[in-house]
Design a protein around this ligand. Structure first.
Ligand code: PLP
Length: 335
């Protein structure tokens, strides 16, 4: 008889068992000042391509555990990007139905991914009172909910399990990965779930941590004037219910052009191929660094990979058009 192998196999039950445990790397080529240390948490290495795998997994698995999501439930969410894709994966893995409400700004690549993952895609086309699609999308979500008693709205902007996913996930991992205290956390915001979850967990271990939110120019989360912004993932046209400005020490607004330049610089210097909001974080750090006391240790969250942005921040024509719009706006301000 052959003896049973003594090694324990490490085989996941689904792709969601590969979510998390993302690495941290120092960006010494991009920020070579010996008095400065910038450390990036590579959330872009999650299997669905973004940190949103964490909130999708946590929300769906907690719901299945407490019975608020059951076999046969139809998940509904308004999302045109990473969270929709992560929920579509969660629905596949747990044999749930998923309807994703999108708008005409959703990229063809994301629409194709959602379809291939088996999501039902509802596209709204009517512009809302604010000139965007958010309110129209939420209205469509409410109609779908009213029509299906088995439907559950995930509602990431108001769902406490959103920030809790990052408290127990990204934040807990960082608290264990970092031995010396970071002085600053830089993170891009939309629902504010990831920055708040990470900040709450990290401040338990490093109470002096200062938290810097990186928002898109034209986003209204922290009271800015609404305006056009074309990079998905970062910013919002309404204030999320989860948002707690008292827990944020500083807000830096970055426009589409500077975000694209940040992405390109990161790729050229560090070989890290990241999405638009990561470029915003890089630009915000570069802009803020001269004012920070030295020596200075910064930890930054890098939310997603660059593949979904090849037609945006990595496209020269797109960048030229974004620059022209910015020059026009600055011309109007001066005139
Ligand atoms: C690429 C990217 N960056 C940043 C964010 C902002 O994260 P949060 O919604 O947790 O504030 C998102 C959210 O969708 C995102 O997709």
């Amino acid at each position: 008889m052959t003896a049973a192998p003594s090694v324990t196999e490490s085989v996941g039950e689904s792709v969601f068992d590969c979510v998390g445990n993302t690495p941290v790397v120092a960006l010494r080529r991009l920020f070579p000042d010996p008095d400065v240390e910038v450390i990036a948490k590579l959330e872009l290495m999650n299997p669905g391509g973004s940190m949103k795998d964490r909130s999708a997994r946590y929300i769906v698995e907690s719901g299945l555990r407490d019975g608020s999501i059951r076999p046969g439930t139809r998940l509904i969410e308004s999302s045109s990007g990473n969270f929709g894709i992560a929920l579509a994966i969660a629905a596949r893995v747990h044999a749930l139905r998923f309807t994703c409400v999108v708008d005409p700004k959703t990229t063809t690549a994301n629409l194709a991914l959602l379809h291939r993952l088996g999501a039902e895609v509802e596209q709204v086309s009517e512009v809302d009172e604010a000139g965007g699609y958010l309110e129209t999308r939420i209205r469509r979500v409410r109609e779908l909910l009213a029509a299906d008693p088995d439907a559950v709205w995930i509602n990431q902007y108001a769902n406490d399990r959103n920030w809790q996913a990052y408290y127990h996930g990204t934040g807990a991992e960082l608290a264990a990965q970092l031995v010396r205290p970071p002085a600053y956390l830089f993170a891009a915001v939309s629902t504010t779930g990831s920055i708040l979850g990470c900040a709450r967990r990290l401040r338990e271990r490093f109470p002096a941590l200062r938290v810097v939110a990186v928002d898109a120019a034209g986003s209204v989360i922290f009271g800015g004037k609404p305006g056009r912004r074309d990079i998905p993932g970062i910013g919002s046209s309404r204030i999320p219910e989860l948002c707690r400005p008292s827990e944020i020490d500083k807000v830096v607004h970055v426009d589409d052009v500077d975000a694209a330049l940040g992405c390109r610089e990161l790729l050229a210097r560090e070989g890290i191929f990241a999405g638009g909001s990561t470029g915003s974080v890089v630009a915000a750090i570069a802009r803020t660094l001269p004012d920070l006391p030295k020596p200075c240790r910064i930890v930054a969250i890098f939310p997603d990979r660059g593949d979904r942005y090849l037609d945006l921040v990595y496209d020269d024509d797109w960048l030229a058009a974004a620059r022209a719009r910015r020059d026009d706006r600055q011309g109007e301000t001066v005139a």
